[in-house]
Design a protein around this ligand. Structure first.
Ligand SMILES: Cc1cc2nc3c(=O)[nH]c(=O)nc-3n(C[C@H](O)[C@H](O)[C@H](O)COP(=O)(O)OP(=O)(O)OC[C@H]3O[C@@H](n4cnc5c(N)ncnc54)[C@H](O)[C@@H]3O)c2cc1C
Length: 445
């Protein structure tokens, strides 16, 4: 795709839930918007090969920490929403209220627009159903979760949403990108933003590598939405973020156990149901994954004896809210678990084991931890103000970087709410006007 050269009202770096939602709101309001996206826009094929190209290339989509845990994101148009599990959780209102942010209007708007409801029973897979029955038999508050999935297009016995749903059943931020383009926004793919251009103390655009060549794109406002890892890297490379960049990542372990037989087992939408204890910072859900991903867990846990038991093995995801720590370097990302994180994972694993035993599972084992929600790197209240402004006038950050505290929830819906709100602010929508472009908090993470 050729790069436009004219000046824009806003340039948005990254098209995940955070960036696509800002861009769409601005474009709908008539602003001239440019979206720069590091990944491509190839149609989602629902294949392991495509998912791996987006999310498993070391140093790009996948980051191995010193403790051998893995952190993943997806580099493609629509960002990590293309391969996520489509679970919707409302923003934690008190966390944002503490910063004077009310996301209720944005949440109401998204609820009216997007698919967001528990799956009908016919789409809840047999493994998710068995786990739910066992959890409920133990008196646990296990219930179906809201999914950003259109049941009419979703297929029983299908798992391809995990690789990127090719049927349009799973909502992704690509839909907002398409809508923004329908309203006149421009998209340049394979465009990696490298730094923010600052003149006279104000952000005036970005530099990006497009087709191997550095190009400058000028705009009245710059919104970094390159994700919890991408945005702090751009700020750092621009000399706008000093010191270490600690983060949260919501670590996960998969707890697995084999049952005698389960008809149609191994092919279903993950996270159909689960439970959450916000006080303890522990969330559990079913996590039936395609065979190669299950086998990777079994191999990594040294359980070669379980490699071929995919269709009979129930998996429960234990996800925790971790302490903020570690660092996002220019080419690496690293974080080790805090003792409190280990305790949470151990507590969650014990609950998962109990559920699996209740379901009749044997040979129970757990994977090493991994993570998929990097964020909190450019936090509201520290590096951003409540309007997502950095200390540099005209420069905003709108993605998982902005989340103000340790997290432990599915972030997508919250990021959509932040993007909707920022887009309206920047477009000067009635009731959403920005105050003057005054500097925000200090630019350290
Ligand atoms: C396996 C998995 C399952 C998940 N399941 C769920 C779930 O069920 N529910 C939920 O809410 N969340 C889930 N998530 C997490 C969720 O998808 C992410 O938290 C969310 O997409 C983050 O949005 P974002 O806008 O911050 O960043 P991203 O979605 O990561 O988007 C960032 C964008 O910026 C682009 N980019 C990066 N660097 C640059 C650069 N230098 N220049 C230009 N573009 C750049 C990327 O290509 C990408 O398009 C899951 C994640 C994974 C990996």
């Amino acid at each position: 795709m050729s790069a436009p050269t004219s000046s824009f009202d806003a340039v948005v770096a990254g098209t995940g839930p955070g960036g696509a939602s800002v861009a769409r709101e601005l474009a709908r309001a008539g602003a001239r918007v440019l979206m720069l996206e590091a990944g491509d826009a190839a149609p989602l094929a629902g294949t392991l090969a495509q998912m791996a190209a987006m999310a498993a290339v070391p140093g790009k989509g996948a980051f191995l920490h010193r403790d051998l845990s893995l952190l993943v994101r997806a580099l493609t148009t629509g960002g990590t929403s293309t391969i996520n599990f489509a679970t919707a959780a409302a923003p934690p209102a008190p966390m944002f209220a503490a910063h004077g942010i009310d996301l209720a209007p944005a949440l109401a708007a998204w609820r009216a627009e997007l698919p967001m409801a528990p799956l009908p029973d016919g789409l809840v897979g047999p493994m998710a159903a068995r786990i739910m029955a066992a959890a409920q038999a133990r008196g646990l508050p296990w219930r179906k979760l809201d999914k950003m999935i259109r049941p009419a297009s979703c297929r029983t016995g299908c798992w391809r949403c995990v690789y990127g749903c090719p049927f349009g059943a799973k909502w992704t931020a690509r839909e907002l990108v398409d809508d923004a383009r329908a309203h006149g926004a421009q998209l340049v793919t394979d465009a990696r933003v490298t730094r923010v251009l600052v003149e006279g103390g104000r952000a005036v655009g970005v530099e990006a590598i497009v087709a191997g060549r550095a190009q400058a794109f000028r705009a009245g406002r710059v919104v970094l939405a390159a994700g919890g890892i991408g945005s702090p890297r751009i700020l750092r490379a621009s000399g706008l973020l000093a010191g270490p960049v600690p983060f949260f990542s919501d670590p996960v372990v998969a707890v697995m156990g084999t049952v005698d037989a389960i008809e149609g087992g191994g092919a279903e939408v993950p996270m159909a149901a689960g439970m959450s204890d916000p006080q303890a910072g522990i969330t559990l859900s079913d996590l039936t994954l395609p065979r190669p991903m299950y086998q990777a867990f079994a191999a990594q846990a040294g359980r070669v004896d379980r490699l071929f038991a995919h269709a009979r093995t129930l998996t429960i995801m234990v996800k925790i809210r971790d302490e903020i720590g570690g660092d996002v370097g220019p080419r690496w990302v690293d974080k080790t678990l805090h003792p409190a994180d280990r305790r949470r994972l151990a507590d969650g694993t014990a609950i998962a084991r109990g559920i699996l035993e209740q379901a009749g599972a044997r040979r129970i084992f757990a994977s090493h931890h991994f993570a998929a929600h990097p964020g909190g790197t450019v936090r509201i209240g520290r590096a951003l103000d409540a309007d997502l402004r950095t200390a540099v006038p005209g420069l905003y950050v709108c993605d998982a970087s902005a989340l103000p505290e340790p997290w432990g929830l599915p972030p997508t819906l919250t990021l959509l709410c932040l993007g909707w709100r920022l887009g309206r602010h920047l477009a000067g929508a009635p009731g959403h006007a920005l105050s003057a472009d005054a500097p925000a908090a200090s630019p350290s993470a």
